[in-house]
Structures are given as C-alpha cells and as structure tokens.
Design a protein around this ligand. Structure first.
Ligand SMILES: [Zn+2]
Length: 532
C-alpha cells in the first residue's frame, strides 16, 4: 500500500535522494502553473522532508496529451536516466502532470519498477513493485488520460471557435508576428512585426509608385537578415508578389484562396494602399514584368505620331548618330535622340505639375468616376450577354444540320465585341485606380525637379505613363536640327484627347493597338509613308 511521504525516511533508513519532474500544460480548471513554480514547490516539499534533490526534469510549454508526445523531451530523458539512477524517489506535482496517457504511464511504471525508484505525488509514495500501488497509480493514470482527452476536445472546440472569431492560424505572414502567453504558451493574437512590418509597408509604397517587383526583390535582398523570408529562399519578383497579395495584411482571413472574413488581428498595411497595389499586381498584363530591366525613360511609353506604334530605344550607333535614340517600332518612320526627347518631356512635365490643372486632373471627382464606372459595367454586361448568345446560337443547329449562326458570322461578332469588352474593362479598372504615391509627392513638392531626381527610373516611367501621352512626329524635312514646333505632341491627363494609361498590354481583343509592329523595313524610312 502507498505510504505517506513523511514516513519514507523510516522505510529507507537513510538519506533520500529525489528526482523532480515538472510539466507545463494548459489546465482545464485554470490551475496552470509554470514549471518554475512546480519545481520550487517540489524543492520546498523535499526540504521539509529532508530529501536531497539530485536532478530536475521539466517539460515547459508543451501540452502533454497523447497527441503531442514528441514535445516532451525531458520525460524521455527521465526514462533514460532511471535505470542507472541513484535516486530513491521521483517527485511529481500530481498524476495528471506526470502522464496523461496510459502508454506513458506503463513505460514509467516499468522503468520505476526495474530501477526500484519510488514515485511520490499528492503527498503519497508508491512502490511500483507493489500490486496495490500499481492499481492505484493505474487508476490515477486512467483518470488523467480522461482529463487529457477532454482537454483535446476542448482545444478542438476552441480552434473552431477561434476560426469563427478570426484568430490567426497557419504560417505567420511576412510582416506579422504572433503573440503568445509566456506561461501557458496560448496564442493571444497577431500583430505587426516591429522589423518586418515597416518593410512590408515600404514594399507596397514602392510598387505603388511604379517600382517593379524585380527591384523590390533586389531591395529586400539588400535588407539582409531582417527581411529574410521564412522559407530562407532568396527573394524574386514572383515571391514578392505572392507575399504582397496576402489579404492577411489588411486583417482579412483567408483559407485556400477563399476570403473568410474579418480577422481578429490588426491590419499591417493601410487598406487603401493594399487594394490599389493588389489591383495592379492582379492585372494579368503586368505579370510579364516587361519593365523589370528598362533603362530608358520613354521606351514603349512614347508613341509614333505618324503610325501610332510604340517608340523603342536603340543603342546601335549609326554613322552620324553616335547617341542613343528613340525610334518608331512600327514603320520606323520617326526617330529622335533619346536625351532630347527625355529632356523635352521632363521640362513639360515640371511646368504642367505646377499648374492647378494638374492637381485637378489627378484628384478625380469621385462621383463622376463612380457614375462612369457604373455605366461601363452596364455596357460590359450587355456586350457579354450578346457574345454569349451568339456563341450559343453557333452551337445550335437546324433540322438540316446548319448552325443557327455560322462560324464566319460568329467570328465577325467576336471581332466587334471583344475590343468593346476589353475597352469597358479598362474603364472599370481605371476607375478603381488612384494616383501612385510618386505623383502625389511630385504634386505636393514646391519644386518637382528635386523629387524627380530622387525617383527611380521605374517610378518616373510610371508617372509619365499615368499623366501624359507622348507622340513623336516626323520632321518637316530631313536634316532638321533641334526640335521643330509640333514635332513632339504632349497630351496631359485631363486634356482633350488624352488616352489613359497607354500601357504595353497586348491582350487578344486589342491586337493592333501598337501599330503594325510586324512590318520590317531595312532602314529608317526615306519615303513618304501612307497615313493610316
Ligand atoms: Zn511610326
């Protein structure tokens, strides 16, 4: 039969050497105590009984139900130490902390019996070689396991409830960190990480102001360890994109691509900034990262005023042209030294930015925008319906086996409708966009030149793309030096004839917008080119 701890010295007739075991766990009745407290209680008990504490084993922070056994390292260390132990008795706070699993109980019981070490908990000392002691400790172990099971059931309930309440789960998103209760290890919440949070916001600001994902990745690599992704893999454009579009940044829960709802943690990135940048990142025409390595301010932004094709920067010097120049990428009917066109456009941009018209054009009337967007959505729905009906008709046949709409007719309908649909989608997408941060800074600065100098090339290009259409026309005759009036035509946003965002996209419905780029000619045109 078990004996009271205070009688042990009578049994052993000598010095009692004790091992202490303590374990941190979530306690269903809120009796959770730190391992430090448990050890200090154990030492007090041993001191009162004149037992010598030889070794201390503690498993901190781990729940010890049978589903999480791996984490209990010290329990395993204890089992290993017992066969050669000099100890008389193993002291544990109570049965439920010693083992919450019958298998563990059996392993400990066997180890104790083999080594002749006694077990003490609840003020009683048990000898595992004794039949009655084995029965009582086994009953305690069964009760403890039962308690463990109920903890697990409760944890599952908590997990489900916290999912409903919006508590964080899964991998910690970049820029965030989790807060845990230091004693219980319980998750308290998620908050902006003091180091990565500001980096994350900076990433959004950079992309917002036109910096390419490629450059953001380079910048992140430059930040060193503090910006290391948890995978440890180097940053590249696609990883930057994946990290950024995570809705966790604005406190939205998501699971397997589905938005679940408002989360219980605070947003790291301002919502407006997040939506603006993510809309940009989700735009399929930007996936290609065409601008990743551009070195020229106006290449693929400026257009030929004659044939409408994009301008491309040329590096190869030709006889009298030893400087880089822009050339029409279509009929190659216009060309101008790069420095001339850049300087002209920049000067015009600065003087435009100082005009009240600039601020007015860049801060759109929200009601008008919303109305325009609604109208575009209506038209889009009508076009799409028409297209669906036409496609359905082409799949239906008369008794004679003739389609109700011939393939030729369908193709005609598609050729008409697809560009219209693309255009309406652009209107809708455009109405969601706000001016990039770099433009706001240029507008607010007393001298835009200073801000401009400080901007990176990606940002400058984004500004130009947003605020001005650049068209290069032919000189009146060959050999004209300098820039003749009317040679460069600039149309700023808000002015009649301005086309929003003459982007480099080329989706199927809009082929041809860039002009006849397939036309190849051997040399810059010396002949008059027919107007389109
Ligand atoms: Zn041209």
């Amino acid at each position: 039969m078990p004996i009271p701890a205070s009688y042990l010295h009578l049994e052993t007739k000598g010095q009692v050497i004790a091992y202490l075991y303590a374990r941190q766990s979530r306690d269903p009745l809120g009796r959770s105590r730190s391992t430090e407290d448990q050890v200090s209680d154990g030492r007090d008990t041993c001191a009162k009984l004149c037992w010598t504490v030889d070794r201390v084993f503690k498993d901190a922070g781990a729940s010890a139900t049978r589903f999480r056994r791996k984490e209990r390292d010290d329990f395993e260390a204890l089992l290993e130490a017992l066969p050669t132990a000099q100890a008389t008795v193993l002291v544990a706070p109570d049965a439920s902390r010693m083992y919450r699993d019958l298998a563990e109980y059996v392993r400990l019981r066997d180890a104790l019996e083999a080594s002749g070490v006694l077990l003490c908990y609840g003020g009683m000392v048990f000898d595992m070689a004794n039949k009655d002691d084995r029965r009582i400790t086994a009953q305690d172990a069964v009760a403890a396991e039962d308690e463990g099971e109920s903890i697990r059931a409760r944890n599952l309930r908590t997990a489900r409830r916290s999912l409903e309440q919006g508590a964080p789960r899964g991998a910690v998103p970049f820029g965030h960190r989790r807060r845990y209760d230091p004693d219980t290890g319980e998750l308290i919440g998620q908050e902006p990480d003091p180091t990565q949070g500001p980096l994350l916001i900076r990433m959004f600001e950079m992309v917002d102001s036109g910096v390419s994902l490629y450059r953001v990745a380079i910048w992140l690599e430059d930040q060193g360890e503090s910006a290391r992704h948890r995978s440890g893999i180097a940053w590249d454009a696609s990883r930057v994109r994946v990290v950024m579009i995570n809705p966790s940044h604005i406190g939205i829960r998501h699971s397997k691509g589905q938005l679940i709802g408002k989360a219980a943690w605070e947003a790291v990135v301002p919502e407006e900034l997040y939506h603006r940048v993510v809309a940009k990142l989700r735009d399929p025409s930007r996936r290609m990262q065409r601008d990743s390595r551009v070195k020229h301010l106006l290449s693929r932004i400026g257009r030929c005023g004659e044939c409408g094709a994009l301008l491309k920067a040329k590096k190869a010097p030709q006889r009298d042209r030893s400087v880089p120049y822009y050339e029409c990428a279509g009929l190659r009917d216009t060309a101008l030294p790069e420095a001339w066109l850049d300087a002209y456009v920049e000067e015009a941009l600065f003087s435009w930015l100082r005009k009240p018209a600039a601020a007015k054009a860049l801060t759109p009337d929200r009601t008008a925008v919303a109305e325009g967007c609604a109208a575009a959505q209506k038209r889009l729905a009508a076009y799409e319906l028409q297209l669906t009906q036409a496609r359905e008709l082409s799949q239906q046949f008369t008794k004679e086996g003739e389609p109700l709409l011939s393939a030729v007719s369908l193709s005609g309908v598609e050729q008409t409708l697809l560009p219209l649909i693309a255009a309406e989608r652009d209107v809708i997408a455009g109405s969601q966009e706000e001016a990039p941060t770099a433009i706001k800074e240029l507008l607010e600065a007393p001298d835009p030149e200073t801000v401009w100098e400080w901007l990176k090339l990606d940002q400058k290009r984004e500004v130009i793309r947003t605020v001005v259409n650049v068209h290069l026309h032919k000189a009146s005759r060959r050999g004209v030096r300098g820039i003749e009036p009317g040679r460069i035509r600039l149309t700023f946003i808000g002015e009649p004839g301005f086309t929003p965002r003459p982007s480099t996209r080329r989706d199927p419905g809009r082929r041809g917008v860039d002009g006849p780029s397939r036309v190849r000619r051997s040399a810059p045109s010396l002949h008059p080119v027919p107007k389109r």
